[in-house]
Structure formats: C-alpha cells, structure tokens
Design a protein around this ligand. Structure first.
Ligand SMILES: Cc1cc2nc3c(=O)[nH]c(=O)nc-3n(C[C@H](O)[C@H](O)[C@H](O)COP(=O)(O)OP(=O)(O)OC[C@H]3O[C@@H](n4cnc5c(N)ncnc54)[C@H](O)[C@@H]3O)c2cc1C
Length: 415
C-alpha cells in the first residue's frame, strides 16, 4: 500500500467523513484511517443499547461511502501515534504513513473525572461496541432478575443529565414500562428502577428553562427518578455513592457524565485546552503545528464571533467540510478562511412523542410532539445511507405502534 498522501484523516466520525468526501470530490489524494471499517452514528447509540434499532441502522462502511471518490482510500487500523511536526501517522501494526497535511478527527472518550470505580464499573456510550455491551448487560440483568422470582428487579443509574443521559434514561424507563412487562414476569418491571443523576440542579442544564422543566416532568412521568444537585463520588459494582452521603443501588451504571479528547490527540504533543481538546485557530488548524487540522470532538472550535462551539454532530460535520475547503487552499496556494459555523440549535428526545428543541441561532423553543417530529426529521436526514434511514423508520414505526423490540431477543415471552 502507498505510504504517502496529500492528506491523511485520522478518524471517520462526522468530521472525518465530511472532510474525506469533500476532498475526494476534488480529487485530492486522501487516506482515512479508522480503527473500524465503518462510520458509526453516535446520536442513536442509546437506541441500539435499548434495542429500538439495530447495529446495521447506525453503521455504514467507509468503502461504501467513498466508492465514488477514486482518490480517497481507507485503512482499517488503530492509530498508535501521530507526529505533528513530521506529519506522520503510525498504526499499532507498526506501519507509518506520511502526508503534506494531517487532519486529526479522532473524537472523544468518556471523562470519568477520576471518580473512583467509574472506569471499572460504569458503561460509557461512545461506540457501537459500547452500545452492544450495555444492551447485553441489560439482558443478562433482566434474565437474572427473572430467576430471582417475585423479588427480582434491575436497578439502573444513568450519570449525567445532558442530552445523552436524558435520552438514555428515558429509553430505559420506557422499556421498563412498556416492553419488559410483555416478556418477563410481573415482578421484574415492578421491582426495577432507573435513576438519572447529576451534580447540577437541572436536567438539560444548557437548555431554556421551559425545556428543562418539560424534560424533568416527562422523564418523571415515564418512571425516571431524578436525583439532581449532588455529584457521584464512587461507582461500585452494585451501587453509586454521592457527595451528600447517600447511595443508590445499581447493577448497571451508565456514564454520560462528560467527554475528553481521545488518546490520539492527548498523545500528539499539541497543547491541550478544556477537556483535553485542542484550542484550534479560527481556520481549524492547530497552533504551533503547520499543516495540522484538529476537528470535531477532539477540538475546542469557535464560530465567526469567537464563541465556543459545543461537541455536536453538526459542528463536527460542518468543520469537516470547512477544513477540506481550507486544505484545498493550502494545496493550491490559496487563502484559508476562518470557520463560519451555521448554528442550527440543538434538541433532545425524551421519550415517546416527547422531545425538546431549540432551533437556530435565535433558539426558537419547541416541546412535545412538534419537537419530536423535528427530532425525527433531523435524525433521518443526518443518518448515513438510504437503507439505514428506511430501516430506522420502520423500527421507529413498529416501536410506536406496538412497543416491540425486534433488535434483541429479550428472553422467553410470558405465556
Ligand atoms: C450517545 C451520544 C448521543 C449524541 N447525540 C447527539 C445528537 O443528538 N445531536 C448531535 O448533534 N450530536 C450528538 N452527539 C455528539 C456527536 O455524536 C459528536 O459530537 C460527533 O460524533 C463528533 O464527531 P467527530 O467526527 O468529532 O468524532 P466521532 O464521531 O467520535 O468519530 C471519531 C472516529 O475516530 C475513530 N478513532 C478514534 N481513535 C482512533 C484511533 N486511535 N485509531 C483509529 N481510529 C480512531 C473512531 O473509531 C471514530 O470513528 C452525541 C454523542 C453521543 C456519544
């Protein structure tokens, strides 16, 4: 295989894929290196973990995605090190590749903030592997509860009241309420609990007050118990301890408590800012490393006004496209432009027919079924691949009408 390229992109998430597509479209000789041979759609991982949709709905092979771009190649390999001065990338297989320009888009990892026991006992949710592992743990815990007869139940604690924690806790509560009673004996769902916990006083703390209140109310109606305003001090195999001296039982603790830059960026030697991410220049290049771009969840990016951008799929995707534009300028002697992010706002799904959204830069607020439809529309558009879109829509319709979970065998149905 060729070892020298015009551009190497490390990481095929929203940012990396957008960059490779835009560069491939212009005939730039670009190599994408990712540890998987597929792109994974992180926003719906919680639905994979709760068996609402399947793994194949949130994954798409890179080779399939880039087949129209002959100048783009793909390597499935784990990146062990990058040299941001020599512009080389070394994989764990020992191969080294060189490019005129490096793009680091290797995303984020769970930030446990040194909480004792969290890394060992909690389940993060940042990859398909994480989602499948969490789903399996849930099935095993439910089966064990069934074996315990009338006293058996499953206690889940979700740490982190941001969108990921809210969506995950809401989906688990709906499973306990509507799905588990169909498949397991009466006591299992009745003895089970899901708690959503955070050190800040509200769920969805970054959202408008009305949306925070709507989310809290709807989660509680769905059966989620909220414990806000006290930080987690320890995660044990069978429970979670809090700074206020209280504890909760938990067979399954989901960690949605924060992000930090992944290992590739942390080991790159670039100066790390908040969350271990790289404070990139307005044009998305890394300070002190000419010809190196850092994008998406690996970077602290700013918009044209200098405001910090959140770790969101839309920011990563737009940054990937923008970086490709600046890279083309680098390769042709043109001028790089500062990243001009088009703010589309944000949203979170809370449960069946319930979501909150704040649309556009003006943050037009929505709650309830309208926000739910907006959420559906945005996610169908964002999903990669028509087959994936159609399949996810069928699963959602089936779930909505029948409360079925066709993507996992949840044990023997009750007679
Ligand atoms: C559960 C969840 C729900 C979310 N919901 C939403 C939402 O509703 N809306 C929204 O806008 N955003 C949402 N986000 C955030 C959004 O998914 C991220 O901001 C986005 O995926 C970041 O894109 P990225 O390209 O920077 O990184 P990622 O998508 O994380 O991609 C990084 C890539 O790098 C690869 N990689 C990492 N390390 C290595 C290595 N050493 N070697 C080789 N390859 C490597 C990984 O395999 C991966 O493919 C959610 C995130 C999560 C986790």
């Amino acid at each position: 295989m060729d070892k020298s390229f015009e551009v190497i992109v490390v990481g095929g998430g929203f940012a990396g894929v957008a960059a490779v597509k835009a560069l491939g479209r212009s005939g730039v000789k670009v190599l994408l290196i990712d540890r998987n041979n597929y792109h994974q759609f992180q926003p719906l991982l919680y639905q994979v973990a709760t068996a609402q949709i399947g793994v194949s709905d949130v994954t798409r092979t890179f080779r399939g995605m880039f087949q129209r771009y002959p100048s783009a190649s793909v390597l499935t390999a784990n990146v062990a090190a990058v040299d941001v001065q020599a512009h080389t990338v070394t994989t764990t297989d020992g191969d080294t590749f060189h490019a005129k320009i490096l793009v680091l888009a290797a995303g984020a990892a769970a930030n446990y903030f040194n909480t004792p026991g969290a890394e060992e006992h909690a389940y993060p949710l940042y990859s398909v592997t994480d989602a499948v592992r969490l789903g399996n743990a849930m099935v095993h815990a439910l089966d064990a509860a069934q074996r315990n007869g009338s006293s058996g139940g499953v206690h889940v604690v979700v740490v982190g009241g941001g969108p990921t924690g809210v969506e995950t806790a809401g989906a688990i509560a709906e499973n306990f309420k509507y799905v588990i009673p169909k498949y397991y004996s009466d006591g299992v769902a009745a003895n089970s609990s899901v708690h959503l916990v955070d050190m800040v006083p509200n769920v969805l703390n970054a959202f408008a007050d009305k949306n925070k209140a709507y989310a809290a109310r709807h989660l509680q109606q769905a059966g989620v118990r909220l414990k806000m305003g006290s930080g987690v001090t320890e995660v044990r195999p069978d429970g979670v301890d809090f700074a206020d001296g209280t504890s909760l039982p938990s067979q399954i603790t989901v960690w949605a408590g924060g992000l930090k830059a992944g290992a590739v960026v942390a080991g790159s030697g670039l100066d790390q800012g908040r969350g271990g991410r790289i404070d990139v220049n307005p044009d998305l290049t890394a300070p002190g490393a000419p010809g190196v771009y850092v994008l998406g969840d690996a970077a602290n990016m700013t918009d044209a006004r200098g405001d910090k951008l959140p770790q969101l799929g839309s920011c990563a995707q737009q940054a990937g496209k923008w970086a490709a534009r600046n890279i083309r300028a680098d390769l042709t002697g043109g001028q790089r432009e500062p990243f001009a992010y088009r703010d589309k706002g944000y949203m979170a799904m809370i449960g069946r027919g319930a979501a909150v959204a704040e649309i556009g830069r003006k943050r037009i607020e929505m709650q309830g079924p309208l926000a739910f439809l907006a959420w559906l529309g945005v996610h169908v558009v964002l999903l990669s691949g028509n087959r994936q879109r159609i399949s996810a829509l069928i699963s959602w319709a089936d779930d909505y009408l029948t409360h079925s979970r066709s993507h996992v065998v949840l044990g023997a149905p009750r007679d």
